[in-house]
Design a protein around this ligand. Structure first.
Ligand SMILES: CC(C)(COP(=O)(O)OP(=O)(O)OC[C@H]1O[C@@H](n2cnc3c(N)ncnc32)[C@H](O)[C@@H]1OP(=O)(O)O)[C@@H](O)C(=O)NCCC(=O)NCCS
Length: 146
C-alpha cells in the first residue's frame, strides 16, 4: 500500500516544476521563490516519498488564505488534492481561522474540490486573470470554521 504524507516544506525546483506543468498560467520564478511573508506556509504531499503536489497558505489573524494548490498532472484525479486540502482545513480549524481563496471561474475541477471541502462562492473579481480569450473573472470562495 502506498504511503501518503503531507509535510511542511519550502519552495524548491521540484515544486516549481509541478507549478509549471499544473497551471496554464503558472506563477513566475520570482513570485514562486520570493521570501516568505509572515504567516506563510508551503505544504507538500508525497506518495512513497515522491512529491506529487504542493500548496501555499498564509495565516493572517483569523483568516487563512489558500494562495496556491497544485497536483502534478500525472497524479491528478486520484484524491491527492482532496487529501492535501484536508490537512490544510484541519490547520485552519486548529487556528479558528476562516478560509478564503480565489479561483478562475472556468476551473471546474478546483471549484468542485473546494465546494466538497465546504467552501462557498461569496464574491467575484471581474477580469482578474489573464486567459486565452483575454481576461477571466475570479470567484472568491470562503469556508467557515467547522
Ligand atoms: C485542483 C486540483 C488541486 C485537484 O487535485 P486532484 O488531486 O486532481 O483532485 P482529487 O483527485 O483529490 O479530486 C477531488 C474531487 O474532485 C473531483 N475532480 C477531480 N478532477 C476533476 C475534474 N477534472 N472535473 C470534475 N471533478 C473533478 C474528483 O472526482 C473528486 O470528487 P469526488 O470525491 O466526488 O470523486 C488539481 O486538479 C490541480 O492541481 N489542478 C491544476 C492547478 C489548479 O487549478 N489549482 C487550483 C488553483 S485555484
Amino acid at each position: 500500500m502506498s504511503k501518503i504524507e503531507v509535510t511542511l516544506t519550502e519552495p524548491s525546483s521540484v515544486l516549481f516544476d509541478i507549478e509549471k506543468r499544473a497551471h496554464a498560467y503558472p506563477w513566475s520564478e520570482i513570485v514562486f521563490f520570493q521570501p516568505l511573508s509572515a504567516g506563510t506556509l508551503w505544504w507538500s504531499i508525497s506518495v512513497d516519498k515522491r512529491i506529487v503536489g504542493f500548496a501555499n497558505t498564509q495565516l493572517v489573524a483569523d483568516e487563512l488564505t489558500l494562495h496556491n494548490i497544485a497536483i502534478d498532472p500525472r497524479y491528478q484525479g486520484r484524491g491527492f488534492g482532496k487529501f492535501l486540502l484536508n490537512d490544510i482545513l484541519n490547520y485552519a480549524d486548529k487556528h479558528n481561522a476562516l478560509m478564503f481563496l480565489e479561483v478562475r471561474e472556468s476551473n471546474a475541477s478546483a471549484i468542485h474540490v473546494y465546494q466538497q471541502a465546504g467552501f462557498s462562492i461569496v464574491g467575484r473579481r471581474p477580469n482578474y486573470y489573464a486567459s486565452d480569450s483575454g481576461r477571466e473573472d475570479a470567484l472568491v470562495m470562503r469556508r467557515e470554521i467547522s
